[in-house]
Every structure is written in structure tokens, then in C-alpha cells.
Design a protein. Structure first.
Lengths: 270, 97
């Protein structure tokens, strides 16, 4: 049998099963209405959950984007210092981060779509539930139990199909959100522990350390150059004087250490 | 005839559209049976587009059941198989007494 027909029969079977359980159909109108209102609450909560999940992914995307930019700057920095090897490592790391970011962007779009769909489903159900409320009051006021039967059957089957549709939409959104939360949780942990940096390429810290070392290296070079200049200008006495001062310092500190060591003994004696 | 697209609501379509849908439905059925994901997507896209474009929305005040129910426009074969296999609709939990 066909797909569309079979799905429709599944929905109908569900409505019929519910109808079979009814005794006085009119009494169940109010009960059914309550269920519909509960369903509306569920679908609204579903929309809120998807929105929360989407916002979380958004924050993660921002964090990842910052990391990507940082790698890019590192690569530029490394290249300026003539370290193509470091620049290459930084770019490798960037590519890896970028692919995670692209993946998240796809997930984000999908969550956004779920949110929109669920919002529409919620609006549709709201309109249908409002119409049902009007209809149930009309049925209760106008018809006897026997006359009401057919009309109630119609209304129930119609609303049941709508509820089933929305129920499936909520389930889909929940599945999507659960998948997303598992992934988002993993990325959050990685970002928080800083492990993402090691995990991605494993070179990030090494790159920064090397760049910092090179920065410090440049300072050392210029310091050395300055000292060499001073030496060339004939400053040997200055170095000697520094050496004497150092000797005097160490003698002084040794003396005071000795004096301190004696004091407790004197205290003990008294 | 009334057709529902899951996630989009009910549409009323004419006989000509119903005939076209029946043909597309066989394609859908075949694709689900053979696991032909591309064929499934093609048939589903065509069905959804046909209903959206040639159908008119069933008003909110009208309570009717659909003769044909189309899966969600972005459904997969796996999803349709699951629905057809267990026949469970989540709305059951808030069903009638």
C-alpha cells in the first residue's frame, strides 16, 4: 500500500481508538480540550528548548571564531618573523578549528529551522484549539447526546490528527536538540579545559611559546648588542665595580643570616 | 480531497492533483521499500510542492481528517519506516480518556 495512505490510516486508527473509549461523548469534550491546552504548553516549551540550544551553539560559534582569528594572527606573526614552519602549524590548527566551526554553523541552521517550524506548529495548534473550544460549546448547547455523536466524532478526529502532527514535530525537535546538546556539551568541555587547543593540531601552545620565545630572543639580542657597544666604548671598570658590589652583597647577607640564626638561641636561653 | 503535510497542516486539493499524488505515492512507496534515498527525496519534494502550490488551506474551524498524509518535507526513509512500523504517534500520551 502507499505511504501517504498508510500514514493517514495510522492517524485515523489513533483517533478511532480514542473514540471507542468514550461513553458520553459530550462529557469528554471538556477533557479533550484540557489535553489540547496541555499539548499547547508542551509545544511552547519545545520552542523554548530549541531556542536555548540554538543560543548555546551561537556562543560556541563565537568562541571558535575567536580561536580561528587568533591562529590566523599567529600565522601572520610567525611569517613576519621568518618562521614559515610555525606559520604552517598555526594554519593547520586554524583549518581544523574552521571545520568544527562550519559544522556548528550547519547545526545552527538546522536548529533555527526546527525553531521556526515548531513556532508555526504552535500557532496552528492554537488556532485549531480555539476553534475546537467554540465548536464544543456549540455541540454541548445545541445537540442531544445521540445527535452530537457524529459532530463530536468529526471534531475529535480532526483535532486528534492535528495533535498527532504537532506531537511528531515536538519529538523531532527534541531529538535534534538532544543530539545538539551532546555535541555542544563536548565542545563546551573542550573549550573550558583548554583542551581544544591541544586537541586541535596539538600545536597551539607550542606555537605561542615559540613566538614568545622569539620575541624574548629579540630583546636578548638587542641587550647583547647594547652591552657589546658599552664594552667597545671601554667600560671594563664598570663591570669590575659590579663584581665588587656583588661580593659585598653576598657577604652582607651571609652576616645577617648568621645574626638571625643566633637570635632564637638567645631567646631559648632566657 | 484533503491532504496533510506533516508539520504544515491540511490542504484541499482537486481530483487532478489527487491523481498526480497517487502516482507520486507509488514512487515514494517504491523508494521506501528499496531504500532509494535520492528517489525518496525527489518524490517527496515533488509531492510537497504540488500540494503547497495547488492546494488551498483547510480553515481552522473545519475539523476533518486527511485522506493522504505526507511525511515532513525533510523526512528521511528511516523516519518514515519507523512511523509505519510502530504506528505510534507521540500525541498518544495526551490522547483522550
Amino acid at each position: 500500500m502507499s505511504v501517504m495512505k498508510r500514514v493517514s490510516l495510522i492517524f485515523r486508527a489513533k483517533a478511532n481508538k480514542a473514540l471507542d473509549r468514550m461513553e458520553d461523548p459530550r462529557e469528554t469534550l471538556d477533557y479533550s480540550y484540557q489535553q489540547q491546552v496541555e499539548m499547547l504548553t508542551r509545544v511552547r516549551r519545545g520552542v523554548a528548548d530549541v531556542a536555548t540550544s540554538r543560543k548555546r551553539v551561537e556562543l560556541q560559534m563565537n568562541s571558535l571564531q575567536k580561536e580561528v582569528t587568533r591562529r590566523e594572527n599567529q600565522a601572520r606573526d610567525a611569517l613576519a618573523k621568518g618562521r614559515e614552519d610555525l606559520a604552517r602549524a598555526a594554519l593547520q590548527s586554524k583549518v581544523s578549528l574552521q571545520s568544527q566551526l562550519d559544522d556548528l554553523q550547519g547545526q545552527y541552521a538546522s536548529l533555527q529551522e526546527q525553531e521556526e517550524k515548531l513556532t508555526l506548529a504552535s500557532q496552528r495548534l492554537q488556532a485549531k484549539v480555539d476553534a475546537f473550544r467554540t465548536k464544543k460549546e456549540t455541540i454541548k448547547a445545541t445537540y442531544t447526546a445521540a445527535e452530537a455523536q457524529t459532530r463530536i466524532n468529526e471534531a475529535f478526529s480532526g483535532i486528534s490528527e492535528e495533535m498527532g502532527d504537532v506531537g511528531l514535530a515536538i519529538q523531532r525537535a527534541e531529538d535534534k536538540t538532544a543530539q545538539m546538546q551532546a555535541r555542544a556539551g563536548a565542545i563546551d568541555e573542550l573549550l573550558a579545559s583548554g583542551a581544544l587547543e591541544d586537541h586541535v593540531g596539538g600545536t597551539q601552545d607550542a606555537i605561542q611559546a615559540e613566538l614568545d620565545r622569539m620575541g624574548a630572543g629579540n630583546e636578548i639580542e638587542s641587550e647583547l648588542a647594547r652591552m657589546k657597544g658599552e664594552l667597545a666604548a671601554g667600560a671594563p671598570r664598570q663591570i669590575e665595580a659590579n663584581g665588587d658590589a656583588g661580593a659585598a652583597d653576598s657577604a652582607g647577607s651571609a652576616g645577617s643570616a648568621g645574626a638571625q640564626a643566633e637570635r632564637p638561641q638567645a631567646g631559648d636561653g632566657s | 480531497m484533503i491532504v496533510r503535510i506533516l508539520g504544515e497542516g491540511q490542504f484541499r486539493v482537486g481530483d487532478d492533483v489527487a491523481a498526480k499524488l497517487t502516482a507520486l505515492d507509488s514512487a515514494l512507496d517504491k523508494a521506501v521499500e528499496t531504500g532509494d534515498e535520492a528517489g525518496f527525496k525527489t518524490a517527496l519534494d515533488a509531492s510537497v510542492r504540488l500540494v503547497r502550490e495547488s492546494g488551498t488551506r483547510v480553515p481552522d474551524e473545519e475539523f476533518a481528517t486527511a485522506e493522504f498524509i505526507l511525511p515532513f518535507s525533510d523526512a528521511t526513509i528511516a523516519e518514515v519506516r519507523r512511523l509505519l512500523a510502530d504506528g505510534k504517534i507521540p500525541g498518544d500520551s495526551v490522547g483522550l480518556p
